[in-house]
Design a protein around this ligand. Structure first.
Ligand SMILES: NC(=O)N[C@@H](CC(=O)O)C(=O)O
Ligand SMILES: [Zn+2]
Ligand SMILES: [Zn+2]
Length: 352
């Protein structure tokens, strides 16, 4: 990493090109709209499989990969790292096929009903044990949307309860399974990942580092700050910042950028998901800068993810400069628009 500073203020940093270890690209025209935003900054991304219908087989994931590569504008370099969507019926053979393809890097758990496009998800993890054993055996990482779906559990407690009810029993039964606790939002999840034994890591979004739940209700209900797991109170945000800047390689970058058309968000029943693909690295730089930890950004964004996934780090670099610029109010999304997080706001960092 190289740092350019005048007096004590850092004005620019250059890091190994980062990767996004949790991303929603969707498909077709939406894919074509959002992919350049990610490829501008990131060398690779773990591409989430919650399409409609979900990506449940190796054949589907490889076909989706081809559509992503076909949508990449000429001259841009980007490698999609594919995933499978786990269902009650995913077979151990499917896992071995995925592993043998060399192009599928993880399998994703969506507890049925937990989040966007999770209807086909798992109703009871015990049904998947033979499949999880195959993953454990061949070293296929298991990515987890870690929230219980029990409607009697308070929405803000669903991640913490998931640790006790699902994560701990699962990892006791499968101690060698590589697990990523995706988009963690609580002090409990950060503590769990820091202290648990075995191969475990967590991704952290930029929005969970920058905002607490007040942001959703500032001056009225603000649907573009609604995502799942939902933003939590300030103590949790502070715990996530501590984890992200700790230099512990178990914590790395995953934007969870999740495009939804403006009308689907600004709705009586608005969809969950924040769109940050255009300005993800700018937001992470802001969060690390606020914490006085810009020197820890490269590990989090560019080094720890590849180490966990046993992939080489990117060879090229990315430079971020302290320059203010205004986020557009809306961005094109197929034949509609998406309202990005921070729409109309001034940001302090910019990718050079
Ligand atoms: N994070 C979200 O709020 N939404 C994601 C799904 C997910 O990652 O849970 C989406 O696909 O829109
Ligand atoms: Zn999720
Ligand atoms: Zn997601």
């Amino acid at each position: 990493m190289s740092v350019n500073q005048s007096s004590s203020v850092v004005n620019s940093i250059t890091i190994t090109r980062p990767d996004d270890w949790h991303l929603h690209l969707r498909d077709d025209e939406v894919l074509a709209s959002v992919l350049p935003h990610t490829a501008r900054q990131f060398g690779r991304a773990i591409v989430m499989p919650n399409l409609k219908p979900p990506v449940t087989t190796t054949a589907q994931a490889l076909a989706y990969r081809e559509r992503i590569l076909a949508a990449l504008p000429a001259g841009m370099q980007f490698e999609p790292l594919m995933t499978l969507y786990l269902t009650n019926n995913t077979s151990p053979d499917e896992i071995r096929r995925a592993k043998d393809s060399g192009l599928i890097h993880a399998v994703k758990l969506y507890p049925a009903g937990a989040t966007t496009n999770s209807d086909a998800g798992v109703t009871d993890l015990r049904l998947c044990y033979p499949t999880l054993e195959a993953m454990q055996e061949c070293g296929m990482p298991f990515l987890v949307h870690g929230e219980v779906t029990d409607p009697t559990v308070d929405l803000f407690d669903r991640e913490a309860v998931f640790i006790e009810r699902v994560m701990q029993p699962l990892r006791a039964d499968m101690p060698e399974l590589k697990v990523v606790f995706e988009h963690i939002t609580t002090a409990q999840a950060a503590d769990y990942v820091r202290t648990a034994s075995g191969q475990i890591a967590a991704t952290i979004t930029a929005h969970h580092l920058l905002y607490n739940r007040n942001e959703i209700f500032k001056g009225g209900i603000r649907p573009h700050y609604y995502c799942l797991p939902v933003l939590k109170r300030e103590t949790h945000r502070l715990a996530l910042v501590d984890a992200a800047i700790s230099g512990n390689p178990r914590f790395f970058l995953g934007t969870d950028s999740a495009p939804h058309a403006k009308g689907a968000k600004e709705n009586a029943c608005g969809c969950a998901g924040c769109y940050t693909a255009l300005h993800a690295m700018e937001l992470y730089a802001q969060a690390f800068d606020q914490a006085g930890a810009l020197d820890k950004l490269e590990g989090f964004a560019s080094l720890f993810g590849p180490a966990f996934y046993q992939l080489p780090v990117n060879l090229d670099k990315l430079t971020l400069q302290r320059t203010s610029w205004t986020m557009p109010e809306e961005l094109p999304l197929a034949n509609a628009t998406v309202v990005p997080l921070n729409a109309g706001e001034t940001l302090q960092w910019k990718v050079a």
